[in-house]
Design a protein around this ligand. Structure first.
Ligand SMILES: *Cc1c(COP(=O)(O)O)cnc(C)c1O
Ligand SMILES: [Zn+2]
Length: 417
């Protein structure tokens, strides 16, 4: 494991730097696949799933040989990462594919995928004796950092835009004892402020921190593990700051290089139309130009994604694609996922909405083997769900009022007969 610049390959002098001193780009860990034995990793993972060591029971730390080395005593885990792959027949019908599975990262301890990265970033912060962790957040990074920092005995400071962040996520973050500092502006402004901090004095745990990416890449391993290490044709996921797309791409690439799986799935990254600078850049074969972001899918309301170059490299390496979908498409996709008994927050549903588009335009075949990544839990944004069901939208499920219960049940029984 070596920390390198993702652009110019320079090796940083400071192991906790967030950017290359030579060129300013993001840093990334690099592993040498020749030093790994796929059979041993697979067998180890199987044994560890039956162990009682908390590290072994974590879907992140179970793969610790593939992570940057961290002192065992600093490891801060809530048994994150071991999330289910669940089939979604209604989602499949919605998108027009024969079958579909959801990788539900909302089943993590604080109910979003951020936990898989945060356990590694906070463990590293603890190892190096950091006393304060800081992040900018659209909500889920905040909740995740707050929980892990609480466990690690580190103070947590969240820089959050005053408007446009789910109240449920703020409440969750306050519960875990973080200091929530409201700032004017949007997420992009908040992240800019955090990136200007000195990483020697505070641990910045946004996804510009390469430890976050290492943790999140294990979601790709957990996905493959549940399929007997057989890769799907496509993995479709939402993209905001684009750390997670970078992490999935890295995870699949490394798994393939080591020989854990025979091929790399194609990555489709889906943005919300009001926050789609990456999709625009992809379509027009040009570099990313930041936009002012606006979407009801607040977790991906990001106009200047920090990891777009890493994500572009991963999408290219996988022969994948990038697109954007409207908020109305996200709303219908989210409602459909709910009807599968799964449930997710709006940003997550961009994946299913994107899949529907890609099937409609012929980019993905109806018989393709597809996994949609759900990034956050339905309870992360109950206000959005409540609004939807009160709205008269196609799948709105309004509360029934003023009926005689026996009559109502009889009608229901007749309808099911
Ligand atoms: C953070 C987040 C995203 C976006 O992930 P990026 O790594 O910023 O692209 C998507 N969905 C949910 C629920 C999130 O919390
Ligand atoms: Zn560099």
């Amino acid at each position: 494991m070596r920390l390198r610049c993702s652009a110019c390959d320079a090796v940083p002098a400071d192991p906790d730097a967030l950017a290359c001193a030579a060129c300013g780009e993001l840093l990334a860990f690099e592993l040498d696949p020749a030093r790994y034995d796929a059979y041993a990793i697979e067998a180890n993972a199987r044994l560890r799933r039956a162990s009682i060591d908390p590290r072994d029971r974590s879907g992140v730390w179970r793969f610790r040989e593939l992570l940057p080395p961290i002192d065992e005593n600093a490891i801060t885990t809530l048994r994150e990462g071991d999330v289910p792959l669940i089939d979604g027949p209604r989602g499949a019908a919605h998108a027009g594919v024969e079958r579909l599975a959801y990788l539900h990262l909302g089943m993590n301890p604080t109910a979003s995928f951020k936990d898989a990265g945060m356990t590694v970033a906070v463990s590293r912060a603890r190892e190096r004796g950091a006393r304060v962790a800081v992040c900018a957040s659209t909500g889920n990074t905040a909740a995740s950092m707050a929980a892990y920092a609480a466990r690690a005995g580190i103070s947590a400071v969240v820089i959050a835009p005053v408007d446009g962040i789910s109240a449920a996520k703020v409440a969750q973050t306050l519960d875990y004892g973080a200091h929530v500092v409201a700032v004017e502006g949007d997420f992009d402004d908040a992240l800019r402020a955090v990136r200007a901090l000195n990483p020697a004095t505070v641990a910045v745990v946004n996804s510009v921190n390469p430890y976050r990416i290492e943790g999140q890449k294990t979601a790709a391993l957990v996905l493959l593990e549940q399929r007997g290490w057989r890769a799907p044709d496509w993995v479709v996921m939402p993209g905001g700051n684009l750390g997670n797309a970078s992490a999935f791409g890295k995870g699949f690439r490394e798994a393939h290089a080591i020989g854990l799986t025979q091929r790399i799935p194609r990555l489709a990254v889906v943005q919300a139309s009001g926050a789609a600078p990456f999709a625009q850049a992809w379509r027009e074969h040009r570099d990313l130009v930041p936009v002012k972001a606006e979407t009801d899918a607040t977790a991906i309301r990001i106009g200047a994604p920090a990891s777009w170059k890493k994500a572009r490299a991963e999408v290219r390496a996988s022969a994948g694609t990038v697109l954007d979908v409207g908020d109305d498409e996200i709303a219908e996709a989210r409602a459909t996922i709910g009807r599968d008994g799964v449930g997710c927050e709006p940003a997550s549903a961009a994946s299913l909405a994107g899949l529907r588009r890609l099937v409609a335009d012929g980019s993905i075949a109806r018989d393709a083997d597809v996994v949609c990544v759900l990034t956050g839990h339905v309870l992360k944004d109950t206000a959005y769900a409540a609004r939807y069901h009160a709205s008269g939208a196609p799948q709105a499920n309004a509360i029934v009022r003023g009926v005689e219960l026996a009559d109502y049940l009889n009608l229901l029984l007749l309808a099911r007969a």
